[in-house]
Design a protein around this ligand. Structure first.
Ligand SMILES: Cc1cc2nc3c(=O)[nH]c(=O)nc-3n(C[C@H](O)[C@H](O)[C@H](O)COP(=O)(O)O)c2cc1C
Length: 416
């Protein structure tokens, strides 16, 4: 059954379908797509669906405590907004809107390098800490400028994403040729101008059925620029440079040294995109305070394990580590959050579930995402008989049990 408004949404899947109806496919497909055959994208979600929980009956939980400590800061809810690029294509000044909602719920907004709202505006919009995620777009000097700017703006931690040596191949979106559609007509030859018009014409049906989005998009300056990547001449990186820039921005362990110097000796660095205990140890040796188990939402290397399986197999190898552990990938509900926490992570990142809310209805939509997750988590805690995140973590294995079901025909269909 289709839901018709944000208020009617009971699940983040409902918000996702509202987002797909409001935003044209050439934009929404960017947010949906996974790499190659999308095996890891689907695996991220399936790993949660396949988990079987243990519920203790005859329990009454009077005081629920959903707070979690992350790098010296108390999150009121055990999730944060993970960096997602180009949010401003979903909704006007979306990164600032997301920061406001995160602050309202007492948690962190993670801002991508590839964002369209100035980082100062984003930090000012939130009453809680924000983290800045760094790609080395534009080279080392540009990155250092970005790091200094983030420090000045009050970002409390730097996220270094290590799984984007090159961009993964997201086929459906690539076939839509989004950069061709976004480029300006200026300076094109007569032949290319004809191609430009043909592309615009081709987009007319999807735009004509999404006029409210189109009007907001043009009022909000149209095709965004990456205003948080500023070159030596003070110019922001053009939207259409994204592929070329990402291909040149691979990060190595050696880079951590100058990044640490630019960021400041005591300030937290979190390495994002870690798949194995060895890389987590390398990150710790290089001076990171935290790692995020993540496969980039299945958008980079396909056929790597689902994030939850990475957490499950790698975290137990690091009992002696002082790192803070976070994870992202496949979180669609409050129960998913409960499951992730039962493996010992301090908090989880939400990516597409956040994009679903923003795209479905801006601030109101994202508040709905957060409310669905919060109510879902609290309900799951009460029904399993746990009262705090610390208790979920302490119970660990006892909160789960082996599945005796064979196959996956009982699982709900994959939505996003
Ligand atoms: C559309 C999209 C854009 C993303 N952009 C970035 C980015 O700019 N930087 C980054 O570190 N991760 C980026 N990610 C990865 C997310 O931070 C996160 O790892 C992933 O979305 C988690 O999976 P989920 O979408 O299932 O929640 C992006 C993810 C999506 C879906």
């Amino acid at each position: 059954m289709h839901v018709s408004s944000v208020d009617d949404a009971l699940t983040t899947e409902d918000l996702w379908s509202l987002m797909r109806r409001r935003v044209p496919p050439i934009v929404s497909e960017y947010f949906r797509g996974g790499a190659d055959d999308e095996i890891t994208l689907k695996g991220n979600v399936k790993a949660f669906q396949q988990t079987v929980l243990n519920a203790c009956g005859a329990t009454r939980v009077d005081n629920l405590n959903t707070t979690s400590q992350v790098l010296g800061h108390q999150l009121a809810v055990p999730w944060y907004i993970t960096p997602v690029g180009s949010l401003r294509t979903l909704h006007p000044r979306a990164e600032a809107v997301a920061a406001r909602v995160a602050g309202h719920f007492g948690t962190v907004m993670g801002l991508s390098t590839l964002s369209g709202t100035p980082m100062e505006e984003v930090a000012a919009a939130s009453s809680s800490p924000c983290w800045f995620q760094l790609y080395l777009c534009g080279g080392r000097d540009t990155a250092i400028r970005g790091i200094h700017r983030a420090r000045e703006a009050g970002f409390s931690a730097l996220l270094l994403t290590i799984d984007t040596g090159v961009s993964g191949q997201r086929r459906l979106h690539e076939r839509m040729k989004p950069l061709e559609a976004m480029r300006s007509r200026q300076g094109l030859s007569t032949r290319d101008t004809i191609g430009w018009f043909a592309k615009r014409l081709q987009l007319t049906p999807q735009m004509a059925t999404r006029l409210p989005w189109l009007v907001e998009f043009w009022r909000d300056q149209g095709v965004m620029e990456f205003v948080n990547v500023i070159d030596a001449n003070g110019h922001p990186m053009p939207f259409t440079d994204i592929g070329r820039q990402l291909a040149q921005s691979a990060i190595t362990w050696a880079d951590l040294q100058w990044i640490r110097e630019a960021w400041g000796p005591e300030r937290p660095i979190i390495v994002k995109g870690v798949h194995c205990a060895d890389d987590a140890s390398r990150a710790e040796d290089a001076g990171a305070q935290g790692v995020i188990w993540s496969n980039h939402g299945g958008r980079q290397m396909d056929r790597v394990p689902p994030s939850l399986h990475i957490v499950q197999t790698e975290m137990p190898k690091l009992k002696e580590s002082k790192l803070t552990f976070l994870m992202d990938g496949g979180i669609r509900s409050g129960t998913d959050i409960l499951i992730a926490l039962s493996y010992g992570v301090q908090a989880v990142g939400i990516g597409r579930a956040m994009a679903a809310g923003l795209g479905a209805g801006g601030e109101e939509g994202l508040i709905r995402t957060f409310t669905i997750l919060k109510e879902g988590l609290e309900r799951a805690m009460r029904l399993t008989g746990v009262s705090s995140i610390a208790e979920v973590q302490a119970l660990g294995d006892e909160l789960r049990r082996p599945s005796l079901l064979h196959g996956d025909s009982h699982l709900p269909p994959f939505v996003y």
